[in-house]
Every structure is written in structure tokens, then in C-alpha cells.
Design a protein around this ligand. Sequence first.
Ligand code: FAD
Length: 289
Amino acid sequence: MDFSVVSPQNLSQLRNAIRTLQRKPYRIGAGYTDLLMELRKSDTSDLTVINLAQINDNGLSHIKSLVNHVHIGAMVTATSICMNDDIARRFPTLQQAAANLASTQIRNVATIGGNLCTASPSGDMACAIVALKAHCVLMNVDGKKRVVPVVDFFTGPRTTCLKKNEFLYKIILPRNHKQTQHIHSGFIKVGTRNAMECSVVSLAYHIQVEESGYVIDAGIGIGASAPTIRFAEKAALNLIGKNMQNFTDENRNEFAKKVLTYASPISDVRATSWYRKEVLYNISKSVLV
Ligand SMILES: Cc1cc2nc3c(=O)[nH]c(=O)nc-3n(C[C@H](O)[C@H](O)[C@H](O)COP(=O)(O)OP(=O)(O)OC[C@H]3O[C@@H](n4cnc5c(N)ncnc54)[C@H](O)[C@@H]3O)c2cc1C
């Protein structure tokens, strides 16, 4: 591979680099765990990589906990997410997704921005971000920001709504409901082995429950089950107003069936479509046990 690299030191240099390169082939590089694999397969002779790793900007590289939101910069690594107490306490689904990604070495460099921008249907952190109904903050070369719900960020397998003059700046997680005493939140990943493995099927859930047991809000994301990560809206809505302590087998089956309506998995070397649907059905039911 013989591409050239530019390493902006701040946001304004980054915007200038993108502006200058707009009519030439360029790629953005964050942790490079996906990008290098991709570039290996292509002709890179005329390519410039804009390296984000040396940019000094808190918005891009820090986690900021506010009362109503948590902001996660696109350059925050899976390891930093795993180690953040606020995320572990308020958004366990994301903490578990980050902890389940690949291996320690990969987690130390793999960024949340890269996980979203790769737009793989099996992206682990991306799946949790969908369940959390997060928003993506995109910035263009003029420094103008636009905010899009994460479900609209993915436009197809490995494609996003990012324009040529934009990059992903940060992700905003909305607050949990104030009165929420309990959060039933987690990430279930099924692969062919335990480590260094992309999901065969994954499910992220974030269910907010009142003290009395009633569900007041819910988000369900499914991975590796469709061309993009899907937000299983009807399944999430189906839970609202129900009491977590009184779920029957009938409720669990109804919920799992609704999740399945969002699945259109392919058969590939790792699993058949039939197997993926069976697994998704069963892990969906297990969320409500
Ligand atoms: C061995 C191995 C195992 C893996 N296992 C898993 C796994 O279990 N689960 C999982 O989800 N993933 C897995 N992955 C994939 C990968 O590690 C993740 O998707 C990771 O989060 C990508 O982040 P990165 O910082 O390395 O992105 P990069 O490789 O640097 O970039 C990925 C893509 O995003 C673009 N990009 C990055 N940042 C931005 C930005 N801020 N704005 C615009 N575009 C941007 C790049 O141009 C590129 O197209 C694995 C990869 C490997 C090599």
C-alpha cells in the first residue's frame, strides 16, 4: 500500500484538509482496524488518508457527561467506553457492546466513530447506539454541524448519509427518564467463537422501567440480521406500559415475533439465514426473562 497521509492537529486543519482533497480520492483514518483491511484490497497509489489520531479537540476525543445527555467524540475508543463509569451506569448496553468487540488490542484503537462510519450490519457499538436512540453530529468543511438520528445515519450496507465534505464529529446519547429507577439494558452477541469475532446475530436493548415495574421507554437494536442495523420500533413500542415483573410466555413470543419482522438476514459462510432468525427469536425472548 502506497498512499500518502496528512495528519491535521486541530479541527480547522482537518476541515482544510478535507476541503483541499474534495476532488481527489481521500479517506479518513481513525483507529485503522477496518480501513487498512479495506485498503489492502484496492489501488491506493493516488490516495490520501486524513489521519484523525493527532487532532487535539475535546469534542472529538472525549466523553462528556451532562445532566441530560452524554456526548461521545467520534475518536473515543472502545476501551475508553468500557472504562467510563457513567456509561456503565447509565447505558450498560453500550458498555457491554464495547467490551464484546474483538480483543483488547483492537479495542484500544477501534473508535466508536469508525464503528459507525464503517456501517457494517454487524457493528457492535453501532447496534447499541441504535438501541439508545442516539443522534450523530456531523460537521462539514465550513464548521457547520448537522444532527441526524442514528437510524437515518445508515443508508445501506456500508453506506452512510455523510456527504463528501463532512465527517462524524460526535454522538449524543439522550438522557434516561428522570423517574427511571431501573434500567434493563444489555447487549447479546452470538458469534462462532468468543473473541475476535464479528456477530452472527446481535441484539441491543435498553428498557427503562419505573419503580413499580412498568416500562416507560424502550429501544431495541438488531445487528447482522438485515442490510443495516435496524431499530425494532414495533417491538420497543410493544413493551411500553407493560409490567416487567408480569411478562408471560405469550408476551415474550409476541415481542420476539415483532423483533423478527425487522430481520432479513443473508446466508453466508458464518451462518444461514434460517439459523440467524432462530437465534434472534430466542435471544429476543431471553431479554424479557
Ligand atoms: C480482527 C478484527 C476483529 C474485529 N471485531 C469486531 C467486533 O467484534 N465487532 C465490531 O463491531 N467490529 C469489529 N471489527 C471492526 C472494527 O474494529 C470496528 O468497526 C472499529 O470500531 C472501527 O474503528 P476504527 O477507528 O478502527 O475505524 P477505521 O478503520 O479508522 O475507519 C473505519 C471507516 O470509518 C471511516 N471513519 C472513521 N472515523 C470517521 C469519522 N470520524 N468521520 C468520517 N468517517 C470516519 C473511515 O474512513 C473508514 O471508512 C474487527 C476488526 C478486526 C480487524
